[in-house]
Design a binder for this molecule. Structure first.
Ligand code: ADP
Length: 631
């Protein structure tokens, strides 16, 4: 997974999660506050209308209570009753006229359809507007109700709504009270005929209720809840449409007629979910509901949801673009850096990453470029070094080859020279023996030179051959007891030792693997020199060996003339001597033979000396399988 991809996902998470949370929270807040607003609006509408209805009926009730006490009615209703069968009687006409004078006016002022007076027999005795009422009275106030009314002076009767035939079946209603004469005798009933127009206007006013909202009133009849007013979806509903008590549809209206007040989201009479507020109107025993379809009430929520979705998508898209570029601006330099690293890794040290920004990546890039250029310098000097080493190795090999050639030549030459030299030596000695004192003295001296020259040359060639032989393959290592070897050497040198009065001592020496002839040469040369280069005192030589980490350290100590410090290395070179032959005899090969033997075994040889105070020659013999630095 690339860095850019990771960064993009990360940034999107960071930006989108809060966005989603905020959107959902805002949306829910808005939805619930809208719901609350809607419910309180509906509650208000229901309360307002119910109050108005209650107030309306309350006023009517008060009005009819006053009518109950009217002198005019108390006086004239019995007259009408009395002359019911004699309507041409002037008293009847007078009574009607008197009643008209007051009641028609009252009807108009109170916006009633009619004022009806009923005689104790239950028949209509008087109508303020005869043309406004033609229904049978019994279907409005049934006889048993009449009976109840007759005996209860306080009672105000509210009829059910009925269709008034005289006014084209307009829903109407009657309220009624009993009337008593001055002697408290029941003389009949006063009834107000109301057109429901006023109530309906109030109920059906849909201000604030949108397209689906409405208010309705209903009344309970047995197990039916009958709607009393035309409905928005059903103009003929008044008195015809009902819901069954206990059914799910119309739950709010059922609650209302049961005397409850409340709000909620419930199915209406059509089964649609509505937000509803309901309450009971006690004065006439009605239930009232104000409601609006949930779909409409929350249409704004739906709109908001869409808007929120749109805003979310836009912000998301913006975030995505922003994040993409941001991630790229971060990942691109890293990519450049990693590409650069790869190119440099393949060996192009001239490549530069070259990011000039001031941030951490810019710093990293500069550090990287610096590292590359340093690396380039180091590589260049390493290359030079490599070249130099190769050159040196070549030279060393050439030198080694030429040394080998030279040694081969020396060996062959010395070897081949031995024979003619031996001949020269023996014949010159023969010459000396036979002709000594028989020629002149010059000739004797010259022959002596020849003999001496031939001997020296033999010694030189022997030494050279010994030198050449060292390190030649062929001889296997054996355990050499150095004490024995030393004893052999001393006994071979016994003449010169005695001649010089030398004293030779030694410590216990080790047994070491090696080639005995080499050890012999070592001791011979070193002890020979120690005896040879003596000072005024007779020579004292001491040989010792010490076990040290990784090697044995041998020393050969003398009390001779010593060596000046500037010659300490020179004396180990072949043919290098510090003295004239006349002073000390020798070929200048002895120490170089020692050096060659020691170095062929991986050891070291050196001298510690002061002029006139004797010398100590040291050499080491490494012990196989042991590290020099081990303690
Ligand atoms: P040679 O003994 O044949 O001269 P070497 O190679 O053995 O040749 O010695 C080289 C020179 O080192 C000698 O000529 C001498 O000057 C010096 N030298 C060697 N051993 C000693 C010693 N023990 N004391 C003083 N000088 C020495």
């Amino acid at each position: 997974m690339s860095i850019r991809f990771k960064l993009t996902i990360m940034f999107l998470f960071i930006s989108v999660i809060p966005l989603v949370i905020i959107s959902i929270m805002t949306f829910n807040n808005y939805k619930s506050s809208l719901e609350q607003t809607r419910i309180s609006e509906l509650r208000y509408i229901a309360a307002y209308k119910a109050d108005r209805i209650e107030y309306y009926f309350h006023n009517l009730k008060a009005g009819i209570k006053i009518a109950q006490t009217l002198y005019n009615i108390k006086w004239n209703l019995p007259v009408l009753t009395k002359y019911d069968n004699d309507r041409n009687n002037p008293a009847y006409a007078r009574a009607v006229k008197t009643l008209d004078g007051q009641l028609i006016n009252m009807q108009n002022v109170m916006e009633l359809s009619d004022i009806i007076l009923i005689n104790p027999g239950g028949d209509i005795a008087y109508l303020s507007s005869p043309s406004n009422f033609s229904n049978s009275l019994e279907e409005i106030i049934n006889p048993s109700e009449m009976n109840v009314l007759k005996n209860d002076r306080e009672r105000v009767f509210f009829s059910d709504i009925f269709l008034n035939r005289a006014t084209g079946s307009r829903p109407s209603m009657v309220i009624a009270v009993p009337v008593y004469d001055f002697g408290n005798k029941y003389i009949g009933i006063i009834a107000y005929l109301l057109d429901m127009k006023y109530i309906y206007n109030l109920i059906q006013d849909v201000t604030g209720l949108g397209k689906t909202g409405e208010t309705l009133v209903a009344k309970e009849f047995g197990n039916r809840v009958v709607f009393l007013n035309p409905l928005r979806q059903d103009p003929n509903a008044a008195l015809k449409r009902y819901v069954l008590m206990g059914d799910r549809p119309g739950a709010p209206v059922q609650e209302a007629v049961r005397g409850k007040t409340g709000t909620g989201i419930l199915p209406d009479y059509q089964g649609d979910m509505v937000i509803a507020s309901w309450r009971y109107i006690p004065v006439i025993n009605w239930g009232m509901v104000a409601k609006i379809d949930v779909s409409e009430a929350f249409s704004q929520v739906e709109k908001l949801k869409n808007l929120a979705m749109m805003i979310f998508m836009i912000i998301f898209a913006l975030c995505a673009v922003l994040v993409f570029f941001m991630a790229r601006s971060i990942s691109e330099p890293i990519k450049r850096l990693s590409n650069g690293a790869e190119i440099i890794g393949k060996g192009s040290l001239d490549h530069k990453v070259g990011i000039g920004t001031k941030d951490e990546i810019g710093k990293l890039s500069r550090a990287f470029d610096k590292m590359t250029s340093d690396l380039k310098k180091i590589t260049a000097s390493r290359d030079e070094l490599d070249n130099e080493i190769t050159e040196r190795k070549k030279a060393e090999q050439a030198l080694k080859r030429s040394n080998e050639n030279l040694e081969q030549f020396a060996y062959v030459a010395s070897h081949d020279l031995q024979e003619p030299l031996r001949m020269m030596a023996s014949f010159s000695e023969l010459l000396e023996r036979r002709y000594k004192n028989r020629l002149d003295s010059d000739a004797d001296e010259f022959i002596g030179f020849i003999v001496d020259g031939a001997k020296r040359m033999q010694k030189l060639i022997n030494d050279l051959l010994a030198y050449s032989r060292i390190g030649r393959p062929g001889t296997a290592y054996q355990d050499i007891d150095c004490n024995n070897t030393l004893a052999k050497v001393i006994s071979s040198m016994i003449n010169s030792i005695e001649e010089k009065g030398a004293v030779i001592t030694n410590d216990e020496l080790p047994v070491l693997p090696g080639i005995e002839s080499e050890f012999i040469q070592l001791f011979q040369n070193l002890i020979g020199n120690a005896v040879k280069f003596h000072g005024n005192d007779s020579p004292r030589v001491h040989i010792s060996a010490e076990r040290q980490p990784g090697h044995w350290l041998f020393s050969v100590k003398d009390n001779g003339i010593g060596i000046e410090s500037q010659y300490k290395d020179k004396i180990f070179l072949i043919f290098q001597r510090l003295h004239a032959r006349g002073e000390y005899p020798g070929t200048g090969i002895g120490l170089s033979i020692c050096k060659k033997i020691i170095e062929s075994r991986g050891g070291r040889i050196w001298v510690e000396s002061e002029s006139g105070k004797g010398s100590v020659f040291y050499f080491t013999i490494p012990i196989k399988g042991e590290d020099e630095n081990e303690q």
